[in-house]
Write a protein that binds this ligand. Structure first.
Ligand code: ADP
Ligand code: GLC
Length: 487
């Protein structure tokens, strides 16, 4: 099978969040299985320094609307047995950020990502490589299914099926209608049952209306987005397309996230030999300037600091937590300035007890997963979430809100039996989080044998990509059959 992934992010080359991990892990999995997998993604300035980039083609001509023809180059690199294709177009991509500079979105994102979509298709046509499936990830590439249903329907690409994965419905790519014209798509598509929403072009909606099949990154999220509470205004459309929508849980990349082989942590350990975890806790306390005390429970956080993640709830209760329960908090993240400032202020007021690193640091993320006792994810919504799975693999107990992928991956602790692998609460309130952390603390001090069972239960859970990739293979087949039936 020939699979084209089109994505704004691809780990390890460019990453803003879990989407990057998902795209590269799934691609590696299919390529290892013998499929011809190519990932089409921008050459951001951060990718320029990657060693071993190969020039794949010069002068790829990309026809946009309004008679505009642009020329770009395509570079390539290997990712396992998959091939990553980087489109070089400096006017749009030679920038430090993927979507934004600091907290401000680039004003020309509509142009930048309609260009990415169009360039991916022109690449296929110009080299005569026609994928069976084009797998589109989130709003940035929502126009691809529209091209295939309109201007390119009669081209060789018209028969390719499109699978559209929703990683996060909150970001939809809403632009002026002029972007549709710039993209070279007919203005007749600017209607409520294709690309238009509230007088604007909505790229997420365009993709969801026009693609062959839709997936979400967890089963629970696929149900949630059909309700007004989680549908971000598109729940009606998702109910309309419910027959083509399925949720598949992301896996984790065991070559990156495995405590028995991880080279970024102080000492390796595994379920049969937990000795190294204590050394990892000590190393984390040292690295983050927390007081070195094995008896204090350490609560870790690695996250984007945005409303979705609910970490404002933690900021509100952090002071009473350290006062009343004598816990330690180790937080790594970046995002909204006010939240960064709140956590920095908490760290300044509680030396040795709260430590905060604002920024992005993969090695520190591994140290936190390995060295913490608990991991806090109070998300308001969570399409899948990877960190709770990393935590379980590292014997670090997740404390999560029951939503989306968190509900699908973490099983509630059952006091008295030691069943479960984490602590789950329902209400997105500071009180609920405070009480749940309190419950985790009482378990830590009063029922240490239960902590050991919960750790073991999480560590032996299977979060490998294999099972999820099998489900994607079925969706690809389903999409290919549906697309050919449409001709
Ligand atoms: P999302 O994609 O919504 O941010 P996920 O849990 O799916 O949430 O994925 C987040 C990914 O980004 C994980 O691999 C996590 O380790 C990583 N990550 C998030 N923030 C940071 C950070 N500040 N430093 C290092 N890694 C981070
Ligand atoms: C998004 C979601 C996150 C998910 C990731 C990978 O960033 O917010 O929950 O894990 O995509 O699919």
């Amino acid at each position: 099978m020939k699979i084209l992934m089109v994505s704004p992010e691809c780990a390890p080359f460019s990453k803003a969040g879990g989407l990057a991990d998902m795209v590269s892990s799934l691609s590696k999995e299919f390529a290892a299985d013998g499929c011809d997998v190519r990932i089409f993604t921008p050459l951001y300035s951060s990718v320029r320094g990657v060693t071993g980039l190969k020039k794949e083609m010069d002068n790829l001509s990309v026809h946009m609307g309004l008679g505009i023809e642009e020329f770009s180059s395509v570079w390539s690199a290997r990712l396992g047995s998959a091939k990553v294709l980087f489109v070089e177009f400096n006017r749009y991509y030679d920038r430090p950020g993927i979507y934004n500079y600091g907290s401000v979105s680039y004003g020309d994102n509509g142009g930048r990502f309609s260009f990415l979509s169009r360039a991916a298709l022109e690449y296929c046509l110009s080299v005569g490589w026609i994928p069976d499936v084009i797998h589109c990830h989130d709003w940035t590439v929502g126009l691809i299914p529209v091209y295939l249903n309109t201007t390119l329907r009669l081209s060789p690409l018209g028969r390719s099926a499109t699978v559209f994965t929703i990683h996060n419905l909150q970001h939809q790519g809403i632009f002026d209608r002029g972007v549709l014209e710039y993209a070279g798509l007919p203005m007749s598509e600017f209607r409520a049952d294709s690309c238009e929403a509230f007088g604007c072009l909505n790229m997420m909606k365009a993709g969801l209306y026009n693609c062959t099949k839709i997936t979400t990154v967890s089963p629970t999220y696929s149900g949630e987005i059909k309700t007004p509470e989680f549908g971000c205004g598109l729940d009606g459309l998702l109910r309309f397309r419910a027959g083509d929508l399925i949720g598949i849980l992301n896996g984790i990349d065991a070559s990156e996230w495995n405590p028995s082989t991880d080279t970024l942590i102080a000492k390796n350990y595994g379920v049969a030999n937990m000795g190294g975890k204590g050394a990892c806790k000590k190393a984390l306390q040292e690295r983050m300037g927390l007081s070195r005390d094995a008896s204090k429970p350490v609560f870790g956080v690695v996250s984007r600091l945005y409303d979705q993640k609910g970490l404002d709830l933690l900021a509100r209760i952090a002071q009473p937590l350290v006062n009343n329960m004598d816990v330690q908090i180790a937080l790594l993240g970046s995002g909204e300035k006010w939240l960064e400032d709140s956590f920095n202020a908490l760290a300044a007021a509680n030396p040795g007890r709260i430590s905060v690193y604002i920024g992005y640091d993969n090695a520190l993320a591994h140290m936190i997963e390995a060295g913490s006792d608990f991991f806090v994810m109070p998300s308001r919504f969570e399409p899948c979430g990877l960190n709770q799975m990393y935590s379980m693999a590292y014997g670090t107990l997740p404390i999560v809100r029951a939503t989306g992928g968190l509900s699908d991956t973490v099983s509630q602790y059952e006091e008295g039996t030691g069943k479960g692998d984490g602590f789950v609460f329902s209400d997105a309130t500071a009180d609920a989080l405070y009480n749940t952390i309190g419950w985790a603390c009482s378990t830590w001090y009063d029922r240490p044998f239960d902590i050991d069972s919960l750790r073991r239960n999480g560590m032996v859970k299977d979060f490998s990509w294999g099972r999820s990739a099998e489900k994607y293979a079925k969706v690809y087949k389903w999409a290919v059959e549906a697309r050919s039936a449409a001709f």
